[in-house]
Unconditional design. Structure first.
Length: 261
């Protein structure tokens, strides 16, 4: 699997500032890669005892058997990963609260491209950082994949998102999470985070806002856009119309399925 370099956060230490209630059932945070995984994970780490947080690895199909203990109900943990849907993954997560975090495919294309261009990503794709590739070529590689090197958008969203729907997972959208973080004192934000914690089987403490503020601090996320070492000046801030059409061509109906259209 590709290697990702990140600086160490201090959230385990910050966790000690709050009284923590133990989990009674495993919680698994599943996500489409580049959909705000670290943001959601760091927020929820502020509500779970450190001893019940599984930091050994991101759980994925290649290492599922090695780390399946994180999902065992006899020793409940908060764990996270990019786990595609299969018979093994469905069985492994069947006794867990499972959150599925997705991102608008339009912004995902750009987020994935920025990450591939960053110094933080080591997936034998360093040549993409050269100026020989145009923005259009880079964005199309994110949509249609790179033969033998990077999966297509269709494969990722099919197996990491769509195939999980209707199985009992709780679907959350990155954009909703960010929107409520920007308006954290509102009643809408309170309802959102109460529901998120409830879906994770976590009680809602009176100091939930303080915990969310600490966990959502961008400085604590090595993969946040602001912390990536990347020259992304080739890429636009918004996906161009042609690439939006290509997303619809590659995955017709996906945005509507996930609640974006």
């Amino acid at each position: 699997m590709p290697r990702i370099s990140m600086t160490q956060d201090n959230l385990n230490d910050r966790n000690a500032e709050f009284q923590q209630a133990p989990l009674s059932k495993p919680v698994f945070l599943n996500s489409v890669p580049k959909s705000g995984t670290h943001l959601l994970r760091n927020i929820l780490r502020m509500f779970v005892p450190v001893a019940q947080q599984y930091h050994d690895d991101f759980i994925q199909i290649p290492n599922l058997r090695q780390h399946s203990r994180a999902l065992h109900p006899d020793n409940p943990k908060l764990s996270w990963g990019h786990l595609l849907f299969s018979d093994e993954s469905a069985l492994a997560t069947s006794l867990s609260h499972q959150i599925l975090l997705v991102r608008d495919p339009h912004t995902w294309v750009l987020a994935r491209a920025r990450f591939f261009l960053s110094e933080n990503f080591d997936g034998n794709l360093a040549h993409l950082r050269t100026r020989q590739y145009s923005a259009g070529e880079l964005m199309n590689m994110m949509i249609f994949g790179i033969h033998g090197k990077a999966p297509t958008m269709y494969d990722i969203y099919t197996h990491n998102a769509a195939a999980w729907l209707g199985t009992g997972v709780k679907l959350y959208r990155y954009e909703d999470l960010v929107s409520h973080l920007k308006d954290l004192n509102s009643q809408r934000a309170e309802a959102y985070f109460v529901q998120l914690l409830t879906d994770c089987g976590i009680g809602v403490p009176d100091d939930w806002r303080a915990r969310v503020i600490i966990g959502s601090d961008k400085a604590q996320s090595g993969t946040a856009r602001d912390n990536l070492q990347v020259d992304d000046s080739r890429l636009p801030e918004e996906l161009p119309d042609m690439q939006k059409k290509l997303v619809e061509y590659a995955l017709p109906g996906l945005r509507a399925l996930l609640g974006y259209a």
